[in-house]
Design a binder for this molecule. Sequence first.
Ligand code: FAD
Length: 512
Amino acid sequence: GDMQADGQADGQAGDGAIRSILIVGGGTAGWMTAAALAHALPRGCTITLVESDAIGTVGVGEATIPPIRLFNDTLGIDEGEFLKATKGSYKLGIEFVGWGQEGHRYFHPFGTFGKPFDLLAVHQHWLRARRAGSTIPLDALSMAWGAAARNRFAPPLADPRSVGSTFDYAYHFDAGLYAAFLRRFAEARRVVRVEGEVGDVALDGESGQVAHVTLTDGRRLAADLFVDCSGFRGLLIAGALGVGFEDWTHWLPCDRAVAVPSANTGPLTPYTRSTARAAGWQWRIPLQHRTGNGYVYASRHLSDDEAAATLLANLDGEALGDPRPLRFTTGRRTAFWRRNVVAIGLASGFMEPLESTSIHLIQAGIAKLLAYFPTRAFEPAGIAEYNRVAVTESERIRDFLILHYVLTERGDTDFWRACAAMDIPDTLKLKIDHFRAHGRLVAREMDLFGPASWLAVHIGQGNWPAALDPLIAYAGEPAESVRFVERLAEAIARGAETMPEHAAFIARRIAG
Ligand code: FAD
């Protein structure tokens, strides 16, 4: 039967208000959307989610960035309960191994490199100190790395005068367990889950809007608003509405991954590791009960068998199960929202997991849907603004990811030589050129990754500035920069030494 409910019945939603929402898909995207909408629309609108147990979810995706905390906080989720339910750990950033050159490493921290003591950016003093003979590495100015390198964790301090306030954090977790956790949250708030496979999508002849979907067993689900969380296939946005895809493979060449969990060995590290390999890179993501591993690679340069063999040969602990292959095309939908369909998650596009941005883009999609929440008139202005912001956000992330590839100095394989030689977007070239000239970190509107993130990758991969900021000529003697950098590194090391061990901190948090 027809399952559209009438939200007018409880007298809340006004004229033209959306009274029913159907979320198609129950992966991380579907359940994050269901939980957030249930929280934001506590009455006056029915929320239904349909998912197919037979099709299942993509089943990878374990690392996040700090804004995830805002998502959990907004929903009132307790951190200890969340870590317990998702087998989660803390993440202070990403260690990149072998990206600039073989044998090199650097850290992309959450947070900043110290705090400025004058008008100049800290790294200008650091660059001057190096020229004056200081050997202190950039990492030593990061409180996040100070803790991460020691396998320690504590939340940032509130006192802005302390270096203990200069870092931020996110989580690693089992995304399947997170979806299950959010399902319980959503179902407790009246979200109705329907198990079944969508076979057909019917459009309204006049408006071209999606009218209802039909399950393979004949059940029909109608709604005012549809959220397409059906994963790569994009059942509604692409399948029914025919929205196209902008392919970014020429900039981000990896198009496959093979993933396998392994047994934990050694201490629980509070950071992700990304190790460059012959035709891509390998992730290492520590969870409480196991370690997630995967090799992201370019199929033009490497066979699936070679990728799986390389992955299995480079695990810390014993493999738990067989390697799982995944295929993807990097890029975005030409529109994220069309008519009465909003695509969130993999249905809206995908960028490889190099900086753990997919779950964040789900969150950003939900936030924008609430910011431009429609009426049944689906005013074009709100939809256009949603799409404009979504496109810009994606392109900013895309540029940051390309930076990692194009700045490589590796010449050992065709893959890396092709990366170093590729043409890049002008928006990225501008940033690289400004940094190379005077070490300037040019920010652009809607950058997700701030100046410190860009700095970490520029320096980590050898994009050294030709000259310093001209202002530094007015900032005393080079010896003052040396002293400043030394004192900062000492304060960070001292602060990090006082932090508890990462695994011990998690155990305490879970115990409440
Ligand atoms: P899916 O998980 O594919 O879910 C799709 C849902 O739609 C499923 O419930 C399915 O049953 C349902 N469905 C599909 N068709 C039908 C149908 N016909 N009828 C009914 N239901 C249907 N993200 C991060 O943030 N951090 C990471 O570290 C990270 N690592 C990744 C590594 C790899 C190799 C890949 C490929 C992705 C990674 N991601 C990561 C991305 C992350 O996995 C996804 O963003 C996230 O899981 C969201 O997926 P989804 O819910 O959009 O799609």
